[in-house]
Design a protein around this ligand. Structure first.
Ligand code: R5P
Length: 315
């Protein structure tokens, strides 16, 4: 893309620079220059190093923990707004702080709404996310918000394997719609576990709806945090007679030492994406990491050219 005639600029914080670089390279433009450092007391100090007046600017920054990632995004948005960018799109490949998206018990926050407010007030005119924890979080933004899905990549990858007797299984009720699109695309049947979360790191699979006996099961989820959901679902699927189990999850958090648990698990393959970046992380050999860079680049191209983003949802 010729930046002289297409005044797009892409900026990135420090949360996932490798992904932002891939997106910029896909679009054939360099990443915008910004100095993002720290004051001696560790507060964020930032300056956009080039002119953005009148430009359409895209900021790529996931907001997974630590909260510094969110703060960097907010401060970047503020700087770009004050520098008179014509429009600012916040591309949040992994929208963190999304799990408290409703009051389940009294005196709980709705953190997802708070973060949506912060992003809007900081200066975003539009938001693009990938596999939001719950699709309705889109409605927490009073600006246009697109919820892309990495299920596109997963389906294409699985199709190439030419596996037979496939079932796409959602490990909980909340993921049924996501798993359903996936299943339809690869012409697989569908199943569902009814899951109960006992604590942030304990889940219990209560029952299976559908049939996995003798099937190659693909468990599709938005995220792996502690891994309890996926690992329990894998073991239960095998107990129910599954032939093999593959995990597909968009956001690869792997809290604590949970990555190691997957290396010792019964999964034949674990497929994740690069929506978040953990410096120095090395994935065990049974992992496949698909990049969402092309998906994001195509979304930027569509937004910039006022063409349909929904085409990206079609598998
Ligand atoms: C739950 O609603 C989500 O879709 C994921 O299943 C969940 O975030 C996974 O968390 P964990 O890996 O800790 O079980």
């Amino acid at each position: 893309m010729d930046s002289e005639y297409n005044p797009i600029k892409i900026f990135s914080g420090n949360a996932n620079k490798p992904l932002a670089e891939k997106v910029a390279s896909y679009l054939g433009i360099p990443l915008g220059q910004a100095e993002i450092g720290r004051f001696p007391d560790e507060e964020i100090k930032l300056r956009i190093s080039e002119n953005v007046r009148g430009l359409n600017v895209y900021v790529i920054q996931p907001t997974n923990a630590p909260a510094e990632n969110l703060l960097e995004l907010l401060i970047l948005l503020d700087a770009l707004k004050r520098a008179s960018a014509a429009s600012i799109t916040a591309i949040i490949p992994f929208f963190g702080y999304a799990r408290q998206d409703r009051k389940v018990r009294s005196r709980e926050p709705i953190s997802a709404k708070l973060v949506a407010n912060l992003v809007t007030v900081a200066g975003a005119d539009r938001v693009v996310a990938i596999d939001l924890h719950a699709a309705q979080i889109q409605g927490f933004f009073d600006i246009p918000a697109d919820n892309l899905t990495a299920m596109v990549q997963f389906a294409q990858y699985i199709k190439r394997k030419e596996l037979e007797d496939l079932v796409v299984l959602s490990p909980d009720v909340g993921g049924v719609a996501r798993a359903s699109t996936f299943a339809q695309t690869i012409h697989a049947s569908q199943a569902l576990f009814v899951k109960r979360r006992l604590s942030p790191d304990t889940v219990e699979i209560q029952s299976l709806i559908g049939d996995v006996r003798g099937k190659n099961v693909i468990i599709a989820d938005d995220a792996i945090h502690t891994g309890n959901t996926m690992l329990n679902a894998c073991n239960r699927a095998l107990t129910e007679g599954a032939k093999s189990v593959i995990a597909c999850a968009t956001h690869a958090v792997f809290a604590g030492d949970s990555l190691g648990l997957f290396a010792r698990s019964n999964f034949s393959e674990v497929i994740v994406t690069d929506t978040m970046f953990v410096p120095g992380r090395e994935y065990p050999s049974m992992f496949t990491v698909l990049s969402v860079s092309e998906l994001i680049a195509k979304a930027i191209y569509s937004i910039h050219n006022h063409s349909s983003v929904s085409a990206l949802f079609q598998l």
